[in-house]
Write a protein that binds this ligand. Structure first.
Ligand SMILES: Cc1cc2nc3c(=O)[nH]c(=O)nc-3n(C[C@H](O)[C@H](O)[C@H](O)COP(=O)(O)OP(=O)(O)OC[C@H]3O[C@@H](n4cnc5c(N)ncnc54)[C@H](O)[C@@H]3O)c2cc1C
Length: 467
């Protein structure tokens, strides 16, 4: 597909739609829109436009469609698969100014939002009314609901509450030709034809731009308690998790940090973390509404952990203690960015019993390239993040990184897993999608993409090989 460049005439038309204050052409400012949080990927857009309404998004898409200009939708730019990188230049369409909460409907336990709202901001506004949107990507202070929808984001609480997909019941979607499709509503059940909402959720901005969403909400649990449980090894932590999830207890989260991660975060934070020599720190979160019940649950969890060789069970009940427990987990991204030379950030998932084998396998792959794996993530749902780094003085070639990643993906797949649980294929995993799913599936997906976007202007160069 040959794309047209954004010339003066097109810039004028875009300016007429969004206003001069919402156009970015200065190269220094445009640089912010050339990358997301994926290491090693960037590409300059020709222009960025900040839309403030569905009508504006539709107007921009009409111009892009008429002129065959690629458009990359963008929320908070926290993507970890280079999905927000405008690989063919063109227009970055930012939703950052579409942050309104349109309605909080308590009767139906639904909220209607513009999708540029930052996830944490929505959470804070709902909490004021005792309400709760559970999906909680660790990036929630800067990612947006639109990005969460596009990636079907999860987070620590996905284990108990599910992922973004489980909450979206309606969307307003701007299609590639600029037409606007309203789908679903405040409906908990809806089988009227194919489920297009769930096709668009997780489609990484390649099928439509979601400008508005109707989202199911829950009552905010009154009590939340976190347990920090260090184990001697990953096997013990995994066996504890596997057994815990066979009981009638459903924790809100079971998170994990390998010993090397804990030690490097401690160095970054310049503070001691309890049991620094342990090789697997877990965080188990329990929530509910009655204190005695919660206490009974966490003491059962503690007993089980100790039976599995836990070194201790530290209980965080108040906000201060809970924040202290979570701080190292939340600072992993910043730490590894600052203190290591990151070559890839992986997001693998296996049946949870296989986690120790997965981590051992990843380390073996990395060792061949003198690289180091920092493993952490969502132990409760088998989703392990593996940030792979090399010494600051060392350089890996693109071909070495490619070989190492391929071996890592093959390891995950051989254990019954796949190559991405929540970060998406984006740009960075395109060469590997064929290892994970059959050609027939890829072909069906390509056909769907062609129906939605025959000119291939909506986030082109993502998900599919040679697109
Ligand atoms: C430190 C850190 C921790 C993270 N933790 C988690 C985690 O726990 N769980 C998890 O799932 N992810 C996590 N992520 C990944 C990332 O934050 C999520 O994928 C998030 O949902 C991206 O949202 P965003 O607004 O930043 O989207 P962006 O990065 O701006 O975009 C992501 C993709 O969505 C598309 N897009 C954005 N907005 C729209 C829209 N309105 N309509 C259509 N397409 C759109 C873009 O084109 C792009 O393909 C983490 C990232 C970082 C940096």
């Amino acid at each position: 597909m040959k794309y047209k460049k954004v010339d003066h005439q097109i810039t004028d038309k875009l300016r007429a739609i969004v206003g001069a204050e919402n156009i970015v052409t200065d190269p220094e400012a445009l640089e912010n829109y050339s990358h997301d949080e994926t290491p090693l990927y960037s590409s300059m857009p020709e222009i960025a436009v900040k839309c403030t309404s569905t009508e504006q998004v539709s107007g921009v898409m009409r111009i892009a469609h008429e002129n065959c200009i690629p458009v990359t939708p963008r929320g908070g730019g926290t993507c970890l698969s280079a999905g927000a990188v405008p690989v063919y230049g063109g227009i970055v369409l930012s939703l950052e100014k579409m942050t309104k909460i349109i309605e909080i409907d308590r009767d139906n336990m639904m909220v209607v939002v513009e999708t540029g709202i930052v996830t944490e901001q929505l959470g804070k506004e709902l909490a004021k009314q005792g309400l709760f949107f559970p999906p909680d990507p660790v990036s929630l202070d800067s990612c947006t609901i639109g990005g969460n929808i596009a990636e079907c984001a999860g987070g620590p609480r996905a284990m108990k509450y599910g992922v973004t997909r489980n909450y979206v019941t309606g969307i307003v979607a701007v299609l590639a030709d600029g037409s606007v499709a309203k789908m679903g509503g405040k409906l908990l059940k809806n089988v009227t034809g194919y489920d297009l909402i769930n096709l668009i959720v997780g489609s990484e901005g390649t099928l439509a731009i979601v400008t508005e969403a109707t989202i199911r909400i829950l009552p905010l649990p009154k009590i939340v308690v976190d347990l920090l449980i260090p184990f001697v090894c990953v096997e013990d932590a995994t066996n504890f998790t596997v057994e815990l999830l066979q009981t009638d207890i459903m924790p809100a989260a079971i998170e994990f940090m390998e010993g090397d991660v804990v030690r490097i975060v401690s160095k970054y934070l310049k503070k001691e973390i309890p049991y620094m020599n342990a090789n697997a720190h877990t965080i188990v979160e329990v929530d509910g509404n009655e204190k005695p019940k919660i206490q009974a649950i966490y003491s059962r969890i503690g007993d089980l952990a100790l039976r599995h060789g836990a070194l201790d069970v530290l209980v965080g009940e108040g906000t201060r203690d809970r924040d202290k427990i979570w701080e190292p987990r939340k600072k992993i991204g910043d730490t590894l960015k600052d203190l290591t030379k990151n070559v890839t950030r992986e997001d693998l998932v296996v049946p949870k019993k296989q986690i120790p084998q997965l981590i051992r396998g990843l380390k073996n792959c990395a060792k061949k390239y003198e690289a180091k794996v920092f493993a952490f993530g969502h132990l409760g749902d088998g989703n392990i993040h593996a940030d792979v780094s090399v010494e600051k003085t060392k350089q890996l070639t693109a071909s070495e990184i490619d070989k190492m990643r391929r071996e890592m993906y093959e390891t995950a797949i051989s254990l019954g897993g796949t190559i991405t649980a929540e970060h998406g294929v984006g740009l960075s995993k395109i060469p590997y999608i064929g290892i994970a799913i059959e050609e027939k599936q890829i072909d069906l997906m390509r056909k769907i993409k062609t129906i939605f976007d025959p000119k291939n202007i909506l986030n082109p160069g993502k998900i599919f090989p040679n697109s």
